[in-house]
Structure formats: C-alpha cells, structure tokens
Ligand binder design. Structure first.
Ligand code: ADP
Ligand code: MG
Length: 235
C-alpha cells in the first residue's frame, strides 16, 4: 500500500506539473497568435515581430526540454566518482558564462574526499543548475566559492555567491515547479536538482541572507553500498 500511495502521490505531482506547464506555455502561444494575426493583416509593416516570435518559440522549447528532463524516467547509472573532478569539469563548462557576467568562480578543496557512488551526468546537471543560479544572482559580477568538504556521513559541496539573496517570504517557494523571479527563468532547475538528489539519497539545502548572498549545500552520502542499485529517476 505504500507503493500505491507513492504512485498516487506521483500522479498528483504530475497533475500539478501539467497544469503549470499548460499555463507557462499558454502565454508565449497567445503572444505568437497575436503576432501571426498582425502579420496576416499587414505583413510588411509587422516584419519586426519575427525575432520576437522566434524568442517566444525558443522559450516554449526551453520549458518543454526542462520539463521532459523531469518527467522522463531515465536509468540512473551509479559509478564510483571523485566529486572534485565533476566540480572542476562543471566550472570549466561555465567559464564563458562566468567571464561574460564578470563572475569569478573559486574552487576550495578542503580535504581529501572518499570516492562516492553517484551518476556523474546527473550530478553535473545539479552543479550546472546551482552554479548558473549563483552567476545569475550577481548581474554586476562578483565571486562564487565552491567548497568541497567532508562531514560525518556525507561529502558536501557548498556553493556560495555574493548576490542579493532571497527574501524570507520567497525562500519557501523555491523548488516549487515554475517558481522563478527571472524574466527568462523556467523555475524548473532546482526541482530537477531536488529530484536527482533524492535519487542519490542525498539532499540540497539553501540558506540566504538577503543583501549578502546565498549558500547552497549539496550533500551526498558516503557509500550506501548495495542499497544503491540502478534505479529509475522519476518525479
Ligand atoms: P530559474 O533559475 O529558472 O528561475 P530555479 O529553480 O533554478 O529556476 O530557481 C528558482 C528561483 O530560486 C530563482 O528564480 C531565484 O529566485 C531563486 N534562486 C535560486 N538560486 C538563487 C541564488 N543563488 N540567489 C538568489 N536567488 C536564487
Ligand atoms: Mg536556475
């Protein structure tokens, strides 16, 4: 019966997601319809709407892509991983975006870390999402510090930024589907992260001091051994 409950939970979550998805996609679709009507009546005068239409289409595409990542069951491939290697790789990936935003990413490796069992690609996705959020939180530039350390039972990756932080009233809404404070955000990134962390028996926590910055902590358990067979990732 526990499994049944979890399935119906899953259905409820998918229902909420679908409703949110419909809502998110209806806006750009309505805009596109309006532009097409304008172009139909006077094609020459309204040519300047084409780039805006393409942007709206890109937005629909982005929302659907992130949504599919959430809803499509993917096999999780656990392997023995040095999380520091994953971090270095992700930081390299985001180099260009960081430089363009005048953000410096500093890696601090506190101590030697044990190898952990995780799906490297999924963990990369988590750190890309978290680091992008940190960069986006500092439109005028600043520093992001990524610290890897060891706690009693976990490997911890701490991502600190110097952005504006998150107000107390908004922090509880973070991670809810489609909650975003950004013009071009989807509000799905941290939901995907949470999903992946749950699948790893780990967790993701956010602390924020408005005006000072935000700290995201990703905790991964050190070896549960056989308990972590390949599983499916689902919402
Ligand atoms: P998106 O980035 O598309 O908005 P996310 O799920 O990644 O979606 O983040 C949801 C929201 O959480 C963001 O819109 C932002 O308001 C808040 N947030 C996340 N990370 C940070 C951060 N480092 N600093 C400030 N706000 C953040
Ligand atoms: Mg994001």
């Amino acid at each position: 019966s526990e499994e049944l409950l979890r399935n119906s939970d899953r259905l409820a979550v998918m229902g909420q997601l679908a409703a949110g998805l419909a809502h998110e996609i209806r806006n750009p679709l309505t805009a596109l319809k309006g532009f097409i009507q304008l172009l139909q009546s006077s094609p020459k005068e309204n040519k300047s709407y084409y780039p805006i239409m393409l942007t709206e289409l890109d937005r629909i595409n982005l929302i659907l892509n992130e949504f599919l990542l959430l809803s499509k069951p993917r096999p999780t491939l656990f392997g023995d991983t040095d999380i520091r290697v994953v971090i270095r790789h992700v930081v390299t990936l985001l180099d260009t975006q960081a430089i363009l935003s005048k953000v410096r990413i500093v890696i601090v490796e506190k101590e030697d870390l044990p190898v952990i069992r995780c799906d490297e690609n999924q963990m990369k996705q988590v750190f890309v999402n978290v680091l992008k959020n940190a960069i986006e939180a500092m439109p005028d530039g600043g520093e992001v510090t990524v610290t890897t350390l060891l706690s009693e039972q976990d490997v911890v990756v701490r991502v600190q930024d110097e952005g504006d932080g998150i107000s107390d009233e908004l922090i509880s809404r973070i991670g809810q589907p489609f909650f975003t404070t950004k013009d071009k955000g989807t509000g799905l990134g941290l939901m995907v992260c949470n999903n992946i962390m749950e699948n790893h028996g780990g967790r993701l926590t956010i602390r924020s001091v408005p005006g000072k910055g935000t700290t995201v902590e990703v905790e991964l358990p050190i070896r549960e051994g056989a308990a972590q067979e390949d599983r499916l990732v689902r919402v």
